[in-house]
Design a protein around this ligand. Structure first.
Ligand code: NCD
Length: 316
């Protein structure tokens, strides 16, 4: 959504949800990410733009790849890495006041915070573009973009794919954004949720709270069978830090070498990382396992493409 024009004709546009992007913009970003990778060794233009990365939840890949991308573009970075304890949030400052402050120091903000609703404050109070790097168990749109970019790179298409999304679909924000993004391009999405088994034997599947219209739900006992037909298998970890009750047993699909050997040769396995027990380390050497080097690396290119689009491209 274009909110207003900044001096110099740069548009102020937030990326708080995958809904903020049209299919055309997504394809532009994927193209630009490919060009970023192709021309990575060429010096980029020097510029004086400043990006603030404000992370009030842990991160390795997202924050560092945004910062690396900004360095590549020749810009500067202000970092608040442990903002939940090191910023004035720890003194009770509101998100509204935080956005008002950050906007005085930088040209764009990348934000991660456990409150799902922080994006509403960003839309209302930030005078500079804000990129959502995670709002609790809500969304993580740039992860979905890099996931789609990786799918395109590996399978040469972003449509007519059978994609299985596994694990914690209730609180997994990467899954939420990826479902929405894949739906923009007419793909078949199979949901393979983890299942919690309560002390009294009651079982319930960790289904998505939202965005799952049109997806095909796969019961726990059928997940291994359906896996064999997939083009993309997207694994996610259990988001235990977001659960109130931790005593349940959990049943969920775990990939090991034997199970992966039943998958199609021309399929791929993705994971936003960090990985826990849902993928055995022995799977890492399988050529279909794209999560470590290929998927992670794409985070830098797609984020450089996005920052370039948001900070430097002038409106026509
Ligand atoms: C994910 C996140 O933070 O949502 N990690 C990431 O950004 N690559 C996934 C997760 O924490 O499980």
């Amino acid at each position: 959504m274009i909110l207003q024009f900044l001096p110099g004709g740069i548009m102020l546009k937030h990326l708080l949800s995958v809904d903020d992007l049209t299919g055309e913009e997504v394809m532009d970003l994927l193209r630009s990410a490919r060009n970023m990778e192709r021309d990575w060794d060429e010096p980029f233009y020097e510029n004086r733009k400043v990006l603030a990365t404000f992370f009030a939840e842990p991160s390795t890949r997202t924050r560092l790849s945004f910062e690396r991308a900004m360095h590549h573009l020749g810009g500067r970075v202000l970092t608040a890495a442990d903002a939940s304890v090191s910023s004035s949030l720890a003194k009770g400052e509101s998100l509204k006041d935080t956005f008002r402050t950050l906007g005085q120091y930088c040209d764009a903000i990348v934000m991660r915070h456990k409150d799902v609703t922080w994006t509403d404050h960003a839309r209302r109070y930030s005078r500079v573009p804000v990129i959502n790097a995670g709002n609790g168990g809500g969304e993580h749109p740039t992860q979905a973009l890099l996931d789609l970019h990786t799918i395109h790179q590996e399978l040469h298409r972003v449509t007519e794919l059978a994609v299985m999304i596994c694990g914690d679909l209730t609180d997994g924000r990467t899954a939420h954004s990826l479902v929405k993004l894949l739906q923009k391009f007419g793909n078949k999405i199979y949901l393979a949720p983890a299942r919690r088994v309560c002390a009294n034997g009651y079982k319930y599947d960790m289904l998505m709270r939202c965005h799952d219209d049109g997806c095909i739900y796969i019961d726990h006992q059928d997940q291994k069978e359906v896996l064999k037909e997939m083009d993309v298998v997207y694994m996610t970890r259990l988001q235990k830090e977001r659960w109130e009750v931790t005593t349940d047993e959990i049943e969920y699909l775990r990939l090991d070498r034997k199970l992966v050997s039943t998958m199609k040769q021309e399929s791929i396995i993705l994971h936003p990382l960090p990985r826990q027990e849902e993928i055995a380390e022995e799977v890492d050497d399988d050529p279909r396992a794209a999560y470590h080097e290929r998927q992670v690396r794409n985070g830098v290119f797609i984020r450089a493409a996005l920052l370039e689009m948001m900070l430097y491209q002038r409106t026509k």
